[in-house]
Design a protein around this ligand. Sequence first.
Ligand SMILES: Nc1ncnc2c1ncn2[C@@H]1O[C@H](COP(=O)(O)OP(=O)(O)OP(=O)(O)O)[C@@H](O)[C@H]1O
Length: 521
Amino acid sequence: MLPKAKASKLHVLAAEIPSGFKFTDTSKKEFVLGKQFATGGFGRIYTCTEAGKKELLCVKVEPAENGPLFVEIAVFQRALKLDMIQAYCKEKKIKSVGLPHMVSGGIFDYKEDKMRFLIMPKYHGSLEAVREKSGRLDEAAAITVAKATVRSLDYLAFKNYTHGDIKSMNILLPSPSDYEGAVLVDFGLARMASSNVEKADKKRAHNGTAIFTSLDAHRGFQPSYRGDVEILVYNIVYWISGKLPWQPKESNPAAVQTEKEVWEKSAEKEIEKLIGSPIGGPIAKIYRLAQKTPYTSYVDTVAVFKLLDQALAACKKPAASKKAESTTAKAATTKPSTSKRVVAKKVVVEESDEEEEEVIPKSSSRRVRKPVIDSEESAEEPSPLPKRQALKPVKSASLPKRAGSEGIDSSREDRLRKRTASVEPAGLNSPTRKPSDPKQRRPIPGLANRIVKRIVEEDEEAEARSDETDEEEDEEDRPKGVGSALKANKDELRRMVPGMRNLQKGRRSEIISQIARKHKK
Ligand SMILES: Nc1ncnc2c1ncn2[C@@H]1O[C@H](COP(=O)(O)OP(=O)(O)OP(=O)(O)O)[C@@H](O)[C@H]1O
């Protein structure tokens, strides 16, 4: 018998839906689709409005059988409902948590397809668009965004969630230069941390975006609260200096991990070297604080805010005095490479026939998402969670009492995860479907790594499962799709898997060659 895991895990790119299309949510609220303005990993992102209203919203749409959006919707349902956020803001006396709230979500029919959708507020644009202009962010802007992000992490931690993929592409600004209002999005890697145990799983190793991900994630631990703060520190350094020392090794996450481990020993010196001492001092302290926080504990975000305020005060020093202090940092700065980085968002992808034989090391695929996904019924409200075990904060002053009851229970969550961990990126683009407007198709940061990683994982899983009997879920429940024969054929891979077509030219060829070579064996 063929092992169950041989069933496909590659996903379908959503068909393009014309502007003006009307759809309703479960409460019969009607929405009108606007224009597509971005492409997610495997879905399309459009503007939309509620019928009869003017406020411009954002809707993410994916075929219902895909998994990634399901994961995100589950997070929105458990943690990002407007009333939850408002109650928290009221209690904490803050204006915003820097996270989007769920406007609506569900499934609608489009022609013969069932489409899963998630509606949230529409923001102006990403922080990455600002960073990309000069390869860096202004110091004060970087620290201000960091403060907003810590607020977001604080709220997520209150809901027992970690984010796991903080980066400028996943931070949106409500209006140009409104850094205080920065909003953290993309919950594809968000995970409840309340049941974390200090145990590495090598299959999970290097989860996240290689250059930013935490040492916990590199080692194969479930994402942690301290890991989110560590990721933020890497981002701050990157935003201000325009680089990270392990960037050239990005395609080899194990090498990135090794560099980070060496760096960890003298982080103070390294951080100051990159961003200068007045700002580097407090930022290094944040790094150390996160690093010293036990794996399952909350980070003392009151202390983090204080340190960020110190850094911000240092930014506000007159330019003359700042200049001398940051000379070292500037001298060390180079323009960030955009060739292989996950940030090459603006390049329009063209179809290409070029093929390259260079092999990407297996580890270069390590940028991963392991979504919690379900079959169709799961697009509706995830079932309520029984109370989760609360964690003991190191210092919980900044965290109100724990949320305990939203979401899916851990056994169900684990079951769903297990069932669907294998279901992720890319997808089949029906050959009869028209290719989307090339102007709208941009390389998706990190996608290359995710596709290859996913395929490698599928194979590992298939091997692991080949010994198993059928005591698990029905094969029927698993999404069907791309098999080994297709993966072994470069042309078919290029034609059938739209995720591939979103990759940059050279990168795409490398990846296609790697996958095909592996499956020819
Ligand atoms: N609410 C929003 N308002 C404005 N732009 C948005 C919004 N949500 C997403 N975007 C835009 O769409 C892009 C992709 O969104 P997002 O990262 O959430 O999708 P994704 O499917 O998770 O993509 P990936 O898998 O590549 O991370 C963002 O970088 C941003 O430019």
